[in-house]
Design a protein around this ligand. Sequence first.
Ligand SMILES: *Cc1c(COP(=O)(O)O)cnc(C)c1O
Length: 465
Amino acid sequence: MAEERQTLLRELPAVDKLLRLPVTVELQAEYGRSLTLEALRTVLEATRQAILQGSRTEAPTHALLVQAAHEWLKALLLPTLRPVINASGVIVHTNLGRAPLSLAAIQAMETAVSAYATLEYDLEAGQRGSRSLHAEALLRRLLQTEAATVANNNAAAVLLMLSALCQGREVIISRGQLVEIGGGFRVPDVMHQSGVRLVEVGTTNRTHLRDYEAAINENTAAILVAHHSNFKIIGFTAEPELAELAELAHRHHLLLLYDQGSGAILDTARYGLAHEPMVQEGLAAGCDVVTFSGDKLLGGPQAGILCGRADAIAQIKRHPLARAVRPDKLCLAALAATLSHYLTEQAEEQIPIWQMIAYPLVRLGETADTWAARLQEQGIPATVIDGVSTVGGGSLPGATMPTRLVAIAHPQVTELAARLRRAATPVIVRIQDGRLLLDPRTVMPFQTESLLRTVGTIVCPENVI
Ligand SMILES: *Cc1c(COP(=O)(O)O)cnc(C)c1O
């Protein structure tokens, strides 16, 4: 026994010998000498262990060893940031990257990074320009506001706004708005980090104008209003209108700052949803600065947008933190392209998340019927049922939109969902009542064939040829 193992071990080739094989030379050209060497050593060591433990009883061929090394190299370099198919019906899915971009936004990014660009260069003057110019003019026009600037996300925008405008002073906020948004963004923590003293007023469910007024003193810099985001207080509730707060703030020479969050610029009520507070409403109500995300309901790249009064925005731009949280050229290119869709009234046609929100129920039904028929042809018991999609991204908590779902009943749905997640192009599904649910609303049209192929193969393995 032990002798056989020793013989097998002696038959294993030296790593140098493997390195000289023509196939390995090819591997080195593709992956570099150092990684290839590490791959071969790893494979040889694993084989040695397998022989010693008795789980391998014959010597592997050289070809087999090199093939294993190739697999190791491929796995090592497989990107961890991979495309997935979102069949969950959650439109702005934070864990899946929020908003997919429009074609124009993708092309704008490609153009901006394929060569040098006018990121901070004024072509007329032949000298240094400002990177914040690129989206600003569009934002001013679109939102009918005096000024705007961009940070790399909305958490940074809020931090920057408070640091630049209120550092060392008091900021009043309702207890009902001291919320935590996904990913550890807690309104009170951000306020603390920006060096302002937080003054809480009112109660969790009810805060009145007089509560704010009673908290104002000579150290007060601003009133902050934060969108409740992904949570909702229902029942016995009260909060003053933004316009009332603006009047109160301005009467006391204070700022009214509004973290609107979702970036809704179109009215969600037009699509049968509840009305999500809009950026324009905040500005019209008299807020001095409004901040929001670029990749939630705006449907653009990750960004934090600050807009409002010219003097406040100018002060924000001058603060040292502005440099630390500035957006890059990819972001600015995609943001400008996304904003153009709104200006030309083509948001619903061009921006994926608005296409999804506006997807007519009849067409969702037709798509679901087609998918179910295709799956049935492969012997999969797919049916079409009524269900709901959600907007997600911290907007419209609890609000749903009617949809048509492809439902697949199966005794091991949890196992199936796990295998779908592990597919070459992973599919993210919902599970309910022992059924696997696919919502056509959030599946990008170009991913349809890949989705049906993956579901067909995994749900019905005997179909694989
Ligand atoms: C989403 C959200 C944030 C955080 O924005 P990011 O762009 O994710 O950094 C902050 N405030 C509110 C109200 C939000 O909804």
